[in-house]
Write a protein that binds this ligand. Sequence first.
Ligand SMILES: NC(=O)c1ccc[n+]([C@@H]2O[C@H](COP(=O)([O-])OP(=O)(O)OC[C@H]3O[C@@H](n4cnc5c(N)ncnc54)[C@H](O)[C@@H]3O)[C@@H](O)[C@H]2O)c1
Length: 326
Amino acid sequence: MEQSHPTRIAIVGCGNVGATYAYALLLNRLSSEIVLIDANRSKAEGEAMDLNHAMPFAHPTRIWAGDFADCAGAPITVVAAGAGQRPGETRLDMVVRNGEIWRQIIPQIVQHNPNGILLIATNPVDVLTYAALKLSGLPEKRVIGSGTILDTARFRYLLSQHFRVDSRSVHAFIIGEHGDSEVPVWSLANIAGMKLKDFCRVQEAELTSATRQSIYEQTRDAAYHIIERKGATYYGVAAGLIRITAAILRDQNTVFSVSTFIRDYYGIGEVCLSLPAVLNREGVDRVLRLELNPEKRPGCADRQRSCRAQSRSSSSRLRAAETWNR
Ligand SMILES: NC(=O)c1ccc[n+]([C@@H]2O[C@H](COP(=O)([O-])OP(=O)(O)OC[C@H]3O[C@@H](n4cnc5c(N)ncnc54)[C@H](O)[C@@H]3O)[C@@H](O)[C@H]2O)c1
C-alpha cells in the first residue's frame, strides 16, 4: 500500500463511534487530514466545526465534512455508519438494517479509494467485515474489522481489577465473534509471563471458577449494560480503532484481536472472525495460530462451531436482505 502525503483518514458514519474516533485521532496527532462523511450532512458539518475548535489544543489538521470522493488517497477509511444497537438487541439482530447501508456505501468508498484499508466498526462487525470484503473486492489483508479488540480490552481491564495490576500488564485475548458467542482464552492469559494458575499459586492470589465465569459474563455483556445506562458505547472502541490506526500508519507489526477473513483455523474457514493478528502498513500481515488448551479444545470447538453457525446464518440473512432489495 502506498501511503499518501499528507496522511488522510476518512470516516464514514460520524455518530457516537465515528465522532469519538475523530476526536481521539486529532488528539493523538496521527493524521494531517480527517474527512467526515455521513448521510446526515449537517451532522458531519457540525462535528467538523466542533473538532476544528479543538485544534489549537492539539495539532494542525485539515478537518472537513466531505463526500465519498474525499476517501481518495486515504490509507485508512474507518466505517462506523449504521444504526446503533437498541437496548436488549443483539449485534446479530442488526444485520439486515446495516447490511442495506453496506450495499450503498462500500462500493462508493472503493470506487474512489481502491488502494486503502477498510477498517470496519459497524455491528455485527464480523458479518459486515465479511460483506465488506465481498462487496469491495479488496484483498483480504486490507479489510479489517475491529472485532474483539474491545472485548479483549474489557477482559484485560476486569482481570487487572481482580489481580490489582495495570491492565496493560495483563496479556489475554477474547477470540471468535464480537458478540454473544465470543471465547475467552483462559489457558494463555498471563501476567509477567505467568499463566494465571501459576500467578495465583506463586502470588497467593485466587481465581475461582465462579469469578472466572463472572469476569467472562461481564466482558461478554458489557455493551448491554452500558447501552441500558447511556444508550451507546464508544470510548473503548474508538481507543481500539486508534491503536489499529497507529499500527497501520506506523508499520508497527502490533498484535490485536481483530476480525479478518479466516481460511482454516481449527477446522473453521470462509468466515471473518477475531483472532490475534499482526497489523502493519499492509493491513493484516498474518493471523497467529494459538496453541489452545487441549483439554479445552473440544468445548472451544463447540463454541467456535456455534460462532460459525451464527456467522453463517447472519450471512444468509444478509444475502436474503440483498435479494429483497433488488
Ligand atoms: N465494533 C465495536 O466494538 C463497536 C462498539 C460500539 C458500537 N459499534 C457499532 O458502531 C455502529 C455505530 O454506532 P454509533 O453509536 O456511532 O451509531 P450512531 O447512530 O450514533 O451513528 C451512526 C451514524 O451513521 C450514519 N449513517 C447511517 N447511514 C449512513 C450511510 N448510508 N452513509 C453514511 N452515514 C450513514 C448516521 O447518520 C449516523 O450519524 C453501530 O453499528 C454500533 O453497533 C461497534
